[in-house]
Design a protein around this ligand. Structure first.
Ligand code: DQA
Length: 151
């Protein structure tokens, strides 16, 4: 696979429970199913897609550090760390890998603390409130951007 087509999806804490957690907000698709579908879509787009989920801030930071050489774009749902982690923000700034921020729910229509994201201003785009479809939109957008289509 070409070097310029590697995309990493990062999912933060509690997203391993997707499909079994607050279904009204996060839906019924499991993370495993979602990743399978995203990988199928990525194959069609000739994108080499990897995915990583962790409940640990340090593991997420290490993954970001280790992606510097081999990842061209990321799709990131930091879950609760979105609202708290300056350490992950700093890691993202350090590696300079472009990324799209995704949230399954509309973080602006929930508790007020969810309206603050420490990574929105350094992202290349934000998708929220569209359910798990947001990940697919992010992937399609990245495909177009990596292939220098004008979006
Ligand atoms: C979330 C929104 C966050 O506020 C929350 O902590 C999550 C998931 C979302 O995808 O909607 O765990 O990032």
């Amino acid at each position: 696979m070409q070097k310029n087509n590697s995309v990493l999806i990062i999912n933060g804490p509690n997203l391993n429970l997707l499909g079994n957690r607050e279904n009204k907000i996060y839906g019924r698709t499991t993370l495993k199913k979602l990743n399978e579908k995203l990988k199928k879509k990525a194959n069609l787009l000739n994108i080499y897609l990897k995915s990583f989920q962790s409940n640990s801030e340090s593991e997420l930071i290490n993954k970001i550090h280790n992606s510097k050489k081999n990842i061209n774009y990321m799709i990131i749902n930091l879950a609760a760390f979105t609202h708290t982690s300056i350490a992950i923000r700093d890691a993202l700034i350090s590696v300079e890998i472009p990324f799209i921020e995704v949230h399954i729910s509309n973080i602006y229509s929930r508790e007020s603390f969810r309206s603050n994201s420490w990574i929105s201003d350094i992202s290349k785009g934000i998708i929220c409130g569209l359910g798990t479809y947001g990940y697919f939109l992010a992937l399609k957008t990245i495909y177009k951007r990596l292939n220098l289509k004008n979006i």
